[in-house]
Write a protein that binds this ligand. Structure first.
Ligand SMILES: *Cc1c(COP(=O)(O)O)cnc(C)c1O
Length: 378
């Protein structure tokens, strides 16, 4: 194998190229059948995903943002209702609450970068209706702690598990804990399709019935319009593609965990870094490593250095937590999250990476801190 010279943050063509022959066959097959909207490919995918996560129902939705929005509506969130979410998330989490008519209330994250239960408890008011934790970076948060708070205050839980398909807490899958959980099939997600896609998971009969109608113009199975609805169905072509990708999803997760273990092994002795929890470092958590998000001293300089070595990195959400976007008008003060956003950096983490790619990234990071130490000593 030739020496690594370039490691992009994410290799979009690889989503297609890795499997070109099979995916082309699917396109031809779906096209020839004219099976574009709500056909058996989508129903097969829904059934397979329900089995995969161990839930009663899965519904294919156009994308995870819509899934979150519809879940808020199905839950009955509306004007005057507050929903607590962790500010270290995609703006989509908060937008789902906003467009349902409710008020999204950001809270802090904690050391593993997921929602902080203490901050949740402090933010509860008489108007609080639900908690919307994000199962960030492919890790499922301590759901026992959140459920205890929800039970104590009579709140519902909906999971933004967009990044966490197959992740588990105490053996139970992300997306199956609350009233509903939402998954994204955006191409760069752990199970990515060739465009936009998502689904909602639920064990609740009433939520299932409402969500199924909300995604399809409010129509019941007999065609009768029983409520106001939207058009937010998962494309059948994307569903057919996802059926193919799901066949090899367990291997994809295993590979991500292997890559995370290499990062951990090669970076854990660098004092300037704080790494995410390693795979198998806690018996309650099974992480699928949607991202490899670390904390780094001199983060901005490190990013410039890695860029000069042709290594792609990203700041989470472009560098800001949701409460930091001034146009959205949040007034909450979240100092722990604020300081984390000065330090966080995401390294390449995807199944297109070779072990050599990850070793090259790690060598480049070691070199950066070694040179920095020399410069500081001089
Ligand atoms: C990707 C993502 C979403 C949105 O998913 P889409 O399918 O692109 O709408 C929402 N929340 C989180 C945490 C995400 O990572």
């Amino acid at each position: 194998m030739s020496a690594t010279s370039e490691v992009p943050f994410f290799n979009y063509p690889h989503v297609f190229n890795a499997d070109e022959e099979q995916l082309t066959k699917i396109f031809v097959d779906v096209g020839r059948r004219g099976a574009f909207i709500q056909q058996h490919d989508m129903e097969d995918l829904e059934a397979r995903l329900a089995e995969f996560v161990g839930a009663k129902y899965v519904l294919g939705i156009a994308n995870a943002t819509d899934a979150l929005h519809l879940a808020m509506r199905a839950l009955g969130i509306g004007p005057g209702d507050e929903v607590l979410f962790c500010s270290h998330t995609m703006v989509a989490t908060a937008a789902a609450v906003h467009f349902a008519g409710g008020t999204p209330v950001p809270v802090e994250c904690r050391a593993d970068h997921l929602i902080d239960p203490e901050s949740v408890e402090k933010a509860i008011t008489p108007r609080t209706k639900a908690i919307l934790p994000t199962q960030l970076n492919g890790r499922t948060t301590d759901m026992d702690a959140l459920q205890a708070i929800a039970d104590k205050h009579g709140l519902d839980i909906v999971e933004d598990s967009a990044q966490a398909l197959g992740s588990k807490f105490k053996g139970r899958s992300a997306g199956t804990f609350g009233k509903a959980g939402c998954i994204s099939f955006y191409p760069a997600k752990t199970l990515g399709c060739l465009g936009d896609g998502g689904c909602v998971i639920t064990n609740d009969d009433e939520m299932y019935r409402k969500l199924k109608q909300l995604r399809d113009h409010g129509r019941a199975d007999n065609g009768e319009v029983e409520m106001w609805g939207l058009n937010s169905r998962l494309d059948n072509l994307q569903a057919a593609i996802l059926n193919q990708k799901l066949d090899i999803y367990d291997e994809a997760i295993a590979r991500r965990r292997e890559l995370a273990a290499i990062y951990d092994q090669l970076l854990s002795d660098i004092p300037e870094l704080t790494l995410p929890p390693a795979p198998d470092s806690h018996p309650d958590h099974f992480d699928v490593f949607q991202n490899y998000e670390l904390e780094a001293a001199g983060r901005d300089e490190l990013q410039v250095h890695l860029n000069s070595q042709s290594i792609g990195t990203l700041l989470p959400w472009g560098g800001k937590a949701v409460h930091q976007f001034s146009a959205l008008g949040f007034t909450q003060k979240l100092p722990y999250t604020d300081q984390l956003f000065e330090r966080m950096l995401m390294l390449p983490m995807n199944t297109a990476l070779s072990n050599e790619d990850v070793e090259y990234v790690c060598q480049s990071i070691r070199k950066f801190y070694a040179e920095k130490q020399q410069a500081d000593a001089a």
